[in-house]
Ligand binder design. Structure first.
Ligand code: GTP
Ligand code: MG
Length: 244
């Protein structure tokens, strides 16, 4: 692997997961750096990250003053990766729903594609440990994003690889969402501008430690945002075109 690679992990109250996820990634022996972005987690996740940084020179952190949203965390992570000249960016959650060993598959599949996505919908057993409510909500989300945005992909997940040296930074500048809708908005914009997307199947176990940060308000906001993109795509699609 000659590409300069960054693994980006946003955290909010992940004190039970952050050390373990770091050691699992470390045990893969990749030549990759890791960037954590913590939003001043009340449970002290930020201090645990600083301890990891003090002992590992390939680990970095952005500390923000408060919870600014998962989408804005990803945008800051992406901009940091461009500013620091990374070729490849892998993004993932800290809660072990994204198993670190898949990172190797992302890298393997990245050679011929601009974006690689771990999909929950190619294998019907991918979400087998999830409760029925959460599984139904996820499938409904997938049905709506694929129907309204005309993309067959798993567009609401964070387990992704971006080939930054094939995607101009300005494309990401078109993304408006700072919340969970960041994921389908970013994929829609990338796909609309003809960047290639490759998916492979992943198993997604449910979170073991800690709590989900997604609220009903987030789900409602995402739905509203989805309808807004659908309307803009129908009546004003020029808005999504990236002009160099
Ligand atoms: N920095 C930062 N990280 C966040 C924020 N919201 C969520 N995260 C992190 O983003 C990742 C995904 O958040 P989750 O709460 O697991 O959301 P989810 O995966 O959609 O929901 P579950 O499947 O129910 O866990 C985790 O690593 C969180 O700690 C935020 O506002 N700021
Ligand atoms: Mg999660």
């Amino acid at each position: 692997m000659n590409n300069k690679t960054l693994i980006f992990i946003p955290t909010y109250n992940e004190s039970e997961n952050v050390k373990k996820i770091f050691s699992e990634i470390k045990s893969l022996s990749l030549s990759a750096d890791i960037l954590f972005l913590d939003d001043n987690s009340p449970d002290g996740t930020g201090a645990i990250i600083d301890k990891i940084i003090a002992e590992n020179k390939n680990v970095f952190a952005i500390h923000r003053k408060g919870k600014l949203g998962i989408g804005s965390a990803h945008k800051d992570g992406i901009n940091w990766a461009y500013s620091n000249n990374y070729d490849v960016l892998i993004t993932m959650d800290c809660d072990f729903t994204h198993s670190p060993e898949y990172i190797l598959d992302f890298i393997k599949h990245s050679e011929h594609h601009d974006i690689v996505i771990g999909s929950r919908y190619m294998d019907k057993d991918s979400l087998k440990t999830w409760n029925l409510f959460r599984k139904s909500l996820t499938h409904l989300g997938h049905f709506l994003t694929s129907t309204l945005l005309g993309m067959p992909y798993d567009s609401s997940g964070a387990f992704r690889l971006y080939n930054l040296n094939r995607i101009p930074q300005g494309v990401f500048g078109l993304i408006k969402s700072n919340s969970y809708s960041f994921f389908f908005e970013s994929l829609f914009i990338l796909n609309f501008n003809k960047y290639s997307v490759f998916e492979f199947s992943i198993q997604l176990p449910s979170r073991t430690y800690g709590h989900s940060k997604m609220s009903y308000k987030d789900v409602y906001k995402s739905l509203k945002f989805l309808v807004m993109i659908y309307r803009q795509k129908t009546f004003n699609k020029k808005k999504f075109i990236y002009k160099n």
